[in-house]
Design a protein around this ligand. Sequence first.
Ligand SMILES: NC(=O)c1ccc[n+]([C@@H]2O[C@H](COP(=O)([O-])OP(=O)(O)OC[C@H]3O[C@@H](n4cnc5c(N)ncnc54)[C@H](OP(=O)(O)O)[C@@H]3O)[C@@H](O)[C@H]2O)c1
Length: 333
Amino acid sequence: MKYIPSPDRYTTKSVGYNYCGKSGLKLPKISLGLWHNFGDISDQDEARKMLHTAFDNGITHFDLANNYGTPFGSAETNFGKFLKSDFASYRDELIISTKAGYFMWDGPYGNWGSRKYLIASLHQSLKRMGLDYVDIFYSHRYDPNTPLEETMGALSDMVKQGKALYAGISRYPSEKAREAFRILNANGTPCLIHQDKYNLFSRDVEQSIFPLVEEQGIGLIAFSPLAQGLLTDKYLEGIPKNSRAAQKTGFLLKNQITPQIIEKVKKLNDFAKKRKQSLAQMALAWCLRDSRVNSVIIGASSVEQLKDNINALENLDFTDEELWLIGEIAGSN
Ligand SMILES: NC(=O)c1ccc[n+]([C@@H]2O[C@H](COP(=O)([O-])OP(=O)(O)OC[C@H]3O[C@@H](n4cnc5c(N)ncnc54)[C@H](OP(=O)(O)O)[C@@H]3O)[C@@H](O)[C@H]2O)c1
């Protein structure tokens, strides 16, 4: 059936937008990531419906990487099919990102941060998605064995050639991120955004990356804001069959779901109920409480989860006392 986006996606239904750092680009407060649940092993009808639901609610940013999906690359290929069938007329309303930095193909040129790998990989990603350009091209991780000038030079050249509109970096240690920002500036292709893990259980970046991006006017986007599903009510009664932790291909490991973690999750779940929110909603609102977090990239395995998460935006306010108590329960103050 032909997909017609909601006419209310930028008004009554919109998730709303934040500027990405000091740039002129706005990102939706909630972005959708295609790491899991969009590959060939996933339910394609549900994947398609999730993309529709996202866009219907003003989610304009879709985050990918070369190796997303099982098998690697299949999330981009499937996304490309949906782009062609459903979103072809809306390309200019979308921010599509991809990355290279982790293992993608055999041999010496399919991993890390060389110019050879990054440029070959972006060409492959464009082909898989059927695009002329992506909006953001990221170096997915810092490579200690490649000069930063080489990795950043590859990003800059992709921007200069119009194959990416903006350059970004992900998971860089702060001192290397600072250096990367300097090189990208010198190349005339400033870094748009830093992408890093941030959630109630994982707050290291508050000390390292947050002050740096603020000082430099770079955007910040948080990935795994639900700790891959731990910060939801999903694992309260064990590990459900259909969960990421139960899947062989999932990145959430069963041994990460310890009794100690579940004890905390139970208390956080009770706390969220008092705020009349689901735990997922409270966890997302908590990330967005800091104005340096321009957007959270969520994952979802169903339309129902996606809708639950979008509703987080109905209550983003916390008192100082609430924030302190939540941090105490999570053990992350
Ligand atoms: N730059 C990087 O290195 C990097 C690394 C990781 C992720 N990312 C990006 O960040 C995106 C999000 O990462 P993530 O998938 O780990 O994010 P997440 O939002 O922390 O976890 C998503 C998972 O949580 C569960 N979930 C989501 N909403 C729920 C709800 N309302 N109720 C119950 N369970 C819910 C689902 O798991 P089930 O499948 O079990 O239902 C879902 O797949 C990725 O797709 C990717 O784009 C980037």
